[in-house]
Write a protein that binds this ligand. Structure first.
Ligand code: NIG
Ligand code: FE
Length: 455
């Protein structure tokens, strides 16, 4: 198998300014905005079969111009409309989907991309009965990654980031959120965010940096009786001003969990973050009901993530927020539940029935979810959360884009959006989660340029 990955992908001038994607059996547009309730099951698909086949004159095509989508629809009318706008067919390179499925580029809206070291030993500990929080309390878990990450240089982190971003790209991911949170001291947190910023500048994947200083209480605070409170004060006084001045992080996240940071401590961190211009998001109720969903609704967080164990009040709060037109997106991370061998998955169906928009992400990290394969996570979402393929796909495209505040930029194939898309070598999107772990990506287009093609 040959992979052709071109780094950069930001408008190199020797390429045609236009790109026309033809020959698809389905174009999954995800047009129409954030999906909630029954709408989450509508992927807004254009089917070649309805037009007489993928080579028929009215078969669906996608036209891109200078990095943006300019038209999606029946081939002959799109080509005529482009010519009428002064964009003749001769200025468009062609990409033949060869009977495959075209979707928006996948968006992984929750990852801990940057860290050093590995933690395969914890799998054995969990198999012998240790729990995730017991391993953390004993100084392992996140804290062992913190020790390795503090010792890593920025170059080490960049090399690691490039390796895993390439892997994500090979599975069809074109935008990635990347959290800090394995430094837990000002210098290392800033280094992690700086590395995330550089990786996004390099491209081709867009990287959205999130500050997660409140990921765990670091070792140097743990001997104090009020360790978590003292560390929260230090985050607010010593870290947040530097993070804000650095100007790279867009969001602030907190691990709001009984035994890690309480609802009150999480509120203090997120309010201070909002005061310096960072938008709030949370690790909420991953292991036990901890007030995370309630706090996300109260603060108007853009996303509440995990939600494997929300309280009934927490679900009510998210449902109310959605009904009042200020939805908090429930970003569910089923690969984490799977890898932790935990019994309880997030109540995805209940959230959808209550009108809460659901996104799906990998949670890529060295402890609880070391998979970079977001299409495998789609399979887990279907099998364990009970989502339909359409609901799950909306969760890694349009809803994931909204969970990163990028709903007007990426996540759907509509005129004006950035031209990020994937061609899959299956005739229908329903087959993407159907082949667990397979790599079905034929091509990835980023900002209107093919950056990965498999012959
Ligand atoms: O989302 N739960 C908190 N953070 C990560 C795990 C981090 C780690 O174990 O290294 C999560 O699961
Ligand atoms: Fe996480």
């Amino acid at each position: 198998m040959t992979l052709r990955v071109i780094h950069g992908g930001r408008g190199s001038s020797d390429l045609a300014p236009g790109l026309l994607i033809t020959g698809a059996s389905e174009v999954v547009t995800m047009a129409g905005g954030l999906r909630m309730g029954a709408d989450q099951d509508d992927p807004a698909v254009l089917r070649a079969a309805d037009a007489g086949g993928s080579d028929a004159p009215d078969a669906p095509v996608v036209a891109c111009w200078e990095g943006r989508i300019v038209a999606v629809g029946p081939r002959e009318s799109v080509v005529a409309a482009l010519a009428a706008e002064g964009l003749p067919a001769s200025r468009f390179a062609r990409l033949d989907a060869d009977g495959g499925t075209v979707t928006p580029g996948l968006i992984d809206a929750h990852t801990h991309l940057l860290f050093a070291g590995t933690r395969e030993g914890e799998l054995l500990l969990r198999q012998r009965g240790a729990t995730y929080l017991e391993i953390l309390a004993a100084g392992g878990g996140i804290l062992s990654t913190v020790a390795a990450t503090r010792a890593a240089t920025e170059d080490d982190l960049l090399a690691h980031g490039r390796r895993w971003l390439d892997e994500m790209l090979s599975h069809g991911v074109t935008t990635v959120e990347a959290k800090s949170g394995y430094g837990l001291d000002p210098a290392t947190e800033l280094r992690l965010l700086h590395a995330a910023g550089i990786l996004g500048e390099e491209g081709p994947i867009d990287v959205v940096p999130t500050y997660l200083g409140a990921h765990a209480v670091p070792p140097e605070f743990r001997s104090q009786p009020d360790a978590a409170d003292a560390y929260v004060r230090s985050i607010i006084q010593d870290q947040l001003p530097l993070v804000a001045a650095q100007g790279i992080a867009r969001f602030c996240d907190v691990f709001c969990e009984r035994g890690v940071f309480s609802m009150e401590q999480s509120r203090l961190v997120l309010e201070a973050a909002m005061a310096v211009g960072l938008e709030p998001r949370l690790h909420a109720d991953e292991i036990a009901p901890s007030g995370g969903a309630e706090l996300a609704a109260e603060l108007g967080a853009i996303s509440a993530d995990h939600l494997a164990a929300p309280s009934a009040e927490g679900i009510d709060a998210l449902a109310r927020a959605a009904a009042e037109g200020r939805p908090v997106i429930a970003t569910l991370l089923p690969a984490t539940t799977w890898f932790l061998m935990a019994d309880d998955y997030a109540p995805a169906r209940r959230l959808i029935e209550r009108g809460v928009p659901v996104a799906i992400a990998s949670d890529f990290n060295p402890g609880t979810s070391p998979t970079p394969n977001l299409s495998l996570v789609l399979t887990v979402a279907c099998l364990e959360l009970g989502l339909t393929p359409a609901e799950a796909l909306a969760g890694v495209t349009v809803n994931a884009a909204h969970a990163l505040g990028l709903g007007d930029e990426v996540g759907s194939l509509e005129p004006g959006r950035q031209a990020d898309l994937v061609i899959w070598r299956v005739p229908s999107y329903v087959q993407i989660p159907y082949y667990p772990g397979a790599n079905l990506v034929r091509a990835v287009v980023k900002r209107g340029q093919p950056i990965l093609e498999r012959p």
